[in-house]
Design a protein around this ligand. Structure first.
Ligand SMILES: [Zn+2]
Length: 213
């Protein structure tokens, strides 16, 4: 059985979450003018930052990126993964779009948390790939859940999106959460010598749609 069939499915069991918008402010950045919103659900895992461009609830499906937090990549510029490159590419594209949303989620290390991700890196330094390392630590290959993301988009008045993603599981979970994905827009920065091995594993074991890897 290919490893990606064992991925954890959506854990949503109870009634649909209704995220609250708890803050809203202007956020000019080097990628353009955005509005930043804080959204909260039922606990620390149910929170998200939304960076909004234009009016995503009017004028056709907005360009949307759902980005899982990666301290090592996004902040420390690690090249073990392609997170920062994907984040920058997404912000550049959303910054140029008529409307768009970047949802930034506290799902470090594909949902296993920062300390466990660092432990997984240690195992990878000893030869495991990213999926083997997570599994050796007792986690599934990908523990992320996008039910809250779908709810957050609904709270922003979004019902259909053009989704910047290479991950078919993300598309599946969003649609299960009531968001129509009218188009999947590839989110693939230039492949580097350092990221190639990691991306090969994502393609082979997690089913990500990556060209030229
Ligand atoms: Zn990363």
């Amino acid at each position: 059985m290919p490893a990606h069939t064992s991925r954890k499915k959506s854990r949503r069991t109870g009634p649909r979450v209704k995220p609250r918008i708890v803050a809203r402010a202007k956020l000019p950045s080097r990628f353009g003018e955005f509005t930043i919103l804080g959204l909260e659900g039922r606990g620390p895992q149910e929170s998200a930052v939304a960076l909004v461009r234009g009016n995503p609830s009017a004028g056709g499906p907005p360009l949307v990126r759902i980005h899982s937090q990666c301290l090592t990549g996004d902040v420390l510029c690690s090249e073990r993964c392609d997170c920062r490159a994907q984040l920058e590419l997404s912000l550049k594209k959303i910054g140029r779009a008529r409307s768009g949303v970047l949802l930034y989620l506290p799902q470090e290390g594909r949902g296993i948390g920062l300390m466990n991700k660092l432990k997984a890196y240690e195992l990878q330094d000893r030869g495991r790939d990213t999926v083997e390392a997570n599994e050796e630590l007792g986690f599934s290959a990908d523990s992320r859940d996008y039910a809250f993301s779908a709810a957050a988009l609904r709270a922003l008045g979004v019902r259909a999106v053009r989704l910047l993603s290479n991950n078919p599981e993300k598309v599946r979970q969003l649609e299960a959460g009531g968001i129509r994905v009218v188009e999947r827009v590839p989110c693939q920065p230039r492949v580097t010598q350092r990221t190639r091995g990691y991306l090969k594993t994502k393609k082979k074991k997690l089913g990500h749609l990556l060209a030229g890897v």
